[in-house]
Ligand binder design. Structure first.
Ligand code: G3I
Length: 356
């Protein structure tokens, strides 16, 4: 779709660029571009991309301005926490889908797709999932049950699943988790097969952080995906979380990395983008932040099969960052008062250029 749009308006793009810097409101071949306040999703639609956010369910219920912005700005949503195993099955065999169902219903009402996050992780598992009480065989059965139950519950209503999350260390070795220790690395292939059986139409992703560019971790993913695809395992997407920090910059080879996974037959997606900074903010950090957001967005728009770009929260009012990184924050495109920062305009204008 994106390719078709771009090819169709090549001449117009040339004219627009010659006329000076683009603004969000410039006309396009198929009429007029969305007005500057139309929301990111309007611009993303024209660019053939889905744009999303992680959603904090307490905020969605209790903060009308937050709720309005989620609906207005985004064409996909991801549950920040409520689809994780500790939320969906707090006690063995006792499911609680209520919060996750509310998100899926919200998405449907606002014509949004849902990214399911996440089925297999080393964090936020229920307390009853532990190595003291369960044997390896019981852990395997519990994991299978969990995946089949959750994917079946949302069958037909979840677009992408982050099937396995953060399975490698930054040096490319396997992360030491309850799953690796008890099931061995074959748990990854099993998880994809079980998820695929439960919903053959959902697109199934690997997902991680520090996997934007070429490095030891992404080499490990590349080797694993090759092996899984050769074995017929239904791994279909490579998710790049995109948790950046202005003090560390952005790798220069993001597009090259996306392309090598696309060449293995995968779709790609940015799944959790934010760009934190040491506080207090200043104009250079704010500018670097805008560049961080747009560098990843540009890579997605330049790639052939990058299908979505998701923010890990869109407002500093609810961001996870200050609670985890001491002295850092301001990581999202909207401040605590839901006022847009320069990063917001940068994202919107990049999408506007791609949609011409
Ligand atoms: O639900 C409890 C609540 O009952 C309790 O009173 C409160 C007290 O601390 O904690 C609440 O749980 C918190 C949970 O979020 C829900 O709000 C946890 O403490 C807190 O640790 C947890 O943090 C989440 C984190 O994953 C856990 O690892 C963040 O919100 C969430 O943004 C973050 O998301 C992850 C992605 O899933 C994977 N990639 C990295 C990303 C950022 O860490």
């Amino acid at each position: 779709m994106r390719v078709r749009v771009l090819a169709g308006v090549a001449l117009l793009t040339t004219l627009t660029l010659a006329a000076g810097p683009a603004t969000a409101a410039a006309p396009t071949a198929s009429g007029h571009a969305p007005s500057a306040d139309a929301g990111l999703r309007a611009f993303a639609d024209r660019a053939g991309l889905r744009v999303g956010t992680a959603v904090d369910m307490a905020a969605l219920a209790g903060d009308p301005a937050y709720r309005t912005a989620v609906a207005h700005e985004f064409s996909t949503v991801t549950a920040e926490n409520v689809m994780k195993w500790e939320s969906t099955e707090p006690q063995r065999g006792v499911h609680d889908w209520a919060a996750a169902d509310r998100l899926v219903d919200f998405a449907r009402a606002h014509r949004q797709l849902v990214r399911g996050h996440t089925l297999v992780w080393h964090n936020q598992n229920p307390a009853w999932v532990n190595e003291q009480d369960l044997t390896p065989a019981q852990l395997r059965a519990a994991l299978r049950r969990h995946i089949v139950d959750e994917v079946s519950h949302f069958r037909g209503r979840v677009w992408h699943w982050d099937v396995v999350n953060e399975i490698f260390n930054d040096d490319g070795t396997w992360r030491d988790t309850i799953w690796l220790r008890n099931l061995g690395p074959g748990y990854v292939a099993d998880a994809f097969r079980w998820a695929h059986q439960a919903d053959p139409r959902a697109t199934l992703f690997l997902n991680d952080y520090n996997n934007e560019g070429l490095n030891a971790k992404t080499d490990a993913y590349y080797a694993l995906v090759k092996q899984l695809r050769a074995a017929g395992v239904p791994v279909q997407g490579y998710g790049v979380q995109g948790h950046l920090a202005v003090q560390y910059g952005v790798p220069g080879d993001v597009l090259t990395n996306l392309r090598r996974f696309e060449q293995l037959g995968l779709r790609t997606a940015f799944t959790e983008v934010d760009v934190r900074m040491p506080l207090p903010a200043d104009p250079i950090k704010v500018q670097a932040q805008a560049q961080g957001f747009t560098t990843l967005l540009q890579a997605c728009l330049l790639a052939d099969r990058c299908v979505s770009y998701t923010l890990w929260g869109f407002t500093d009012r609810y961001s996870w960052v200050p609670g985890v990184f001491d002295g850092e924050g301001s990581a999202t495109p909207f401040d605590e008062n839901l006022a847009p920062k320069p990063a917001y305009a940068a994202l919107r204008d990049t999408l506007a250029l791609a949609g011409r």
